[in-house]
Design a protein around this ligand. Structure first.
Ligand code: NAD
Ligand code: MG
Length: 333
């Protein structure tokens, strides 16, 4: 790959609640009061909060850039508000340049965490925006481009993250490859290998390397999918990796609970991200994307950020081996 060393790393990379409390039967508290819970939060209608189909037909070469999507996805850039839930934590997020990974990276920084993101060299432009947002919060942001299909690269990503963050206590295995194919005959051995290497081997290599750094209280989170439970006909190779990621989450949770390390998963439904416009979905599906959910629209990455925060935060201490979903009323779990 261009600009990439043998190990797959690029050279330049080495680098509130509601405030209006009504006690039953008592007079309302003054509406303007900012209580210890914070000021009143805005009430959103989830049906109309974000764009609905039809969407413009659009496609980008894999892996795609969020900045070139129409409409641009919302990763919480202007909306996510932190409250110190992850103060001082050190997180590595794969696929942190765009989509759910970017939403988690922004939220984690605003919750007080230092964050390293991994991504492919072609995604430098998206990644730079994320690093700038992390630094704007006064947190450490580390950019580590590199291809997860290589074992040595995965090991180097973890060691660089731990070195530059001064430790590691959260790993989010979020990167994945999804390329839709109408028939099994169209899935080449190279396709199959790339999907399995990215989604399963990458997760395995990164997690194994990260365990040398994680201690009691640490958290591992996989982004799996509703596809793990109800696979689409044209996502055979991808969907099987999502089932594997879900299963890995549950076995590893059992193995690591005695060590005080929690392992959980997030299962999104249809979310408006570059993965979908760079070969993940047909143009026909894109135009009506998310329209078949009870909510009538796709989710935005920002709508899942708080799930990653919750699973990483220490007040979720009894949650391990769980998969939390967000799918607009459809899908599983
Ligand atoms: P995205 O395109 O923003 O993120 C996927 C990321 O994977 C890319 O940014 C890229 O950095 C990374 N990646 C792909 N191949 C790689 C490789 N070989 N080496 C290193 N990085 C690589 O899209 P997204 O939808 O936010 O995807 C994030 C996760 O969400 C994925 O695990 C995906 O399976 C899952 N998911 C997405 C949807 C959806 O509808 N968008 C639904 C369910 C699950
Ligand atoms: Mg990306």
């Amino acid at each position: 790959m261009k600009n990439t060393q043998d190990n797959g790393l690029t050279r330049r990379s080495m680098i509130g609640g509601t405030g209006l409390l009504l006690a039953a039967g008592s007079a309302p508290v003054a509406a303007s009061a900012a209580t210890s819970q914070g000021t009143e939060t805005k009430m959103d209608d989830p049906r109309t909060k974000y764009p609905k189909p039809p969407f413009r037909s659009q496609s980008q070469p894999f892996p795609g850039l969020a900045s070139k999507m129409d409409p641009k996805p919302d990763h919480g850039e202007t909306s996510y508000k932190g409250s110190g839930r992850l103060a001082g934590r050190k997180a590595l997020i794969t696929g942190g340049d765009s989509g759910m990974g970017r939403a988690a990276a922004i939220a984690f920084a605003r919750e007080g965490a230092d964050v390293a993101i991994n991504y492919l060299p072609e995604e430098e432009e998206d990644a730079r925006e994320v690093i700038d947002l992390i630094k704007k919060e006064g947190r450490v942001g580390v950019a580590i481009p590199g291809d997860l299909r290589h074992e040595e690269t995965c090991n180097l990503i973890v060691s660089q993250a731990a070195k530059e963050l001064g430790g590691l206590d959260i790993l989010i295995n979020n990167a994945s490859r999804q390329q839709q194919k109408q028939s099994l005959a169209e899935i080449t051995t190279e396709d199959f290998d790339a999907t399995i290497k990215t989604n399963i081997y990458g997760m395995f290599w990164l997690t194994r390397a990260a365990l040398a750094h994680l201690k009691e209280g640490s958290a591992i989170i996989q982004t799996t999918s509703e596809q793990a439970y109800d696979p689409s006909a044209n996502l055979v190779d991808y969907a099987m990796t999502k089932a594997a990621m879900m299963n890995f989450t549950k076995s590893l949770a059992k193995q690591l609970a005695p060590k005080g390390i929690r392992v959980n998963g997030v299962a999104p439904g249809p979310i408006w991200t570059p993965l979908q416009v760079s070969g993940g979905a047909t143009q026909e599906k894109l135009v009506s994307f998310g329209g078949d959910t009870p909510m009538g629209r796709p989710g935005q990455p920002a709508e899942l950020a708080s799930i990653y925060v919750q699973l990483a935060a220490s007040d979720a201490s009894y949650a391990t081996g769980q998969v939390y979903g967000a799918a607009g009323g459809g899908g599983q779990p």
